[in-house]
Design a protein around this ligand. Structure first.
Ligand code: CP
Length: 329
């Protein structure tokens, strides 16, 4: 496999040039150096998507399976594009069109896929720990594309990449995460990643949607939206999971919009240079007003663009791809 030249943002002995894990399961277990390696490698791959022919031969002969047991637009599509831009072969399997509907177990599904000599499985599942269960029982590399309320590592990696690209670094930044923290795998992965890099994380949302033990993750809980946004370099808005309304964990949507919905007026509490992020899909004019989602502070579509480069880096490194320093001769 051809090595990819990267322009490192870290230096010397601390820099890792080779990935040593079989799987990517979460940001909790990754070191800063491992995350840095993924982000640096993604930086090199980003350019590929700007070419007329958006393809490199890095993963020719590798077969990647996207196994999605929950709905997805961004994650599934960008994993597929990432694999194709690396010249891998891709299979897409969704729960509704697979033999899961006939009662096949997750373990048997994977065993049968692997019997066809595939190399990597990207899985999204509603059960926290499903990717870990498979990783312990398979020879394939397993990539977690979102497991229940646990983690969404590639979302957080593309968020870190975008923050670094837009603001020049992560350490010391103030990041406000707004909304349903309790049910958000995106929030959990972001908090792991941001705090490992030395960012200050403030969370804010309805009291029923703030986990009682969240302080263990080294975050501050703001008493109201104004306090959360004051001094924020990054305003990260989470999707309101409307299904939670039935379990009475949310005030009425109107009440939520009034207290926590990010609109132009509330955003005035943040510095004018703050970037606004959202993992998608957006409930427009609920957690995020359209004029902010489409406004000058928003980097939401840049997050999506960067998702392809980050997922290319993840697939490449898991396949055993090496990186070399552009600066070292
Ligand atoms: N951010 C995210 O996971 O979006 P999808 O559900 O569309 O993949």
């Amino acid at each position: 496999m051809e090595a990819v030249a990267i322009r490192p943002t870290s230096t010397g002995a601390e820099r890792q040039t080779r990935w040593a894990r079989k799987d990517l399961l979460g940001l909790e277990e990754l070191s800063v150096e491992e995350i840095q390696l993924i982000l640096d490698t993604a930086g090199s791959f980003k350019e590929v998507s700007t070419r007329t022919i958006k393809k490199v031969p890095a993963l020719r002969g590798t077969t990647i399976v996207n196994l999605f047991f929950e709905a997805s637009t961004r994650t599934r599509t960008s994993f597929e594009l990432a694999a194709k831009r690396l010249s891998a072969d891709v299979l897409n399997i969704s729960s509704t069109t697979s033999s899961v509907v006939k009662g096949e177990t997750l373990r048997d599904t994977l065993a049968n896929i692997e019997a066809m000599k595939t190399d990597m499985v990207v899985i999204r599942h509603s059960a926290a720990g499903a990717p870990h269960f498979l990783a312990a029982r398979s020879r394939s590399s397993i990539v977690n594309a979102g497991d229940g309320m646990h983690e969404h590592p590639t979302q957080a990696l593309l968020d870190l990449f975008t923050i670094r690209e837009k603001l020049g670094g992560i350490a010391g930044l103030h990041d406000a995460i707004i909304g349903d923290i309790a049910h958000s795998r995106v929030a959990r992965s972001n908090i792991w990643g941001l705090t490992k890099f030395g960012a200050h994380v403030t969370i804010c949302g309805p009291a029923t949607l703030i986990p009682p033990d969240i302080h263990k993750m080294n975050v501050r809980v703001a008493p109201n939206i104004g306090a959360a946004l004051e001094g924020a370099d990054v305003v990260y808005v989470l999707r309101i999971q409307r299904e939670r309304q039935e379990s009475k964990l949310l005030p009425s949507l109107r009440e939520y919009v009034r207290l926590f919905g990010i609109d132009k007026e509330k955003l005035r509490a943040a510095p004018s240079s703050a970037i606004v992020m959202h993992p998608g899909p957006i409930n427009r004019n609920i957690e995020l007003a359209s004029d902010v989602a489409d406004g000058p502070n928003s980097v939401i579509l840049e997050q999506v663009t960067n998702g392809v480069a980050v997922r290319m880096a993840v697939l490449y490194l898991l396949a055993g791809g090496e990186v070399t320093d552009e600066t070292s001769d």
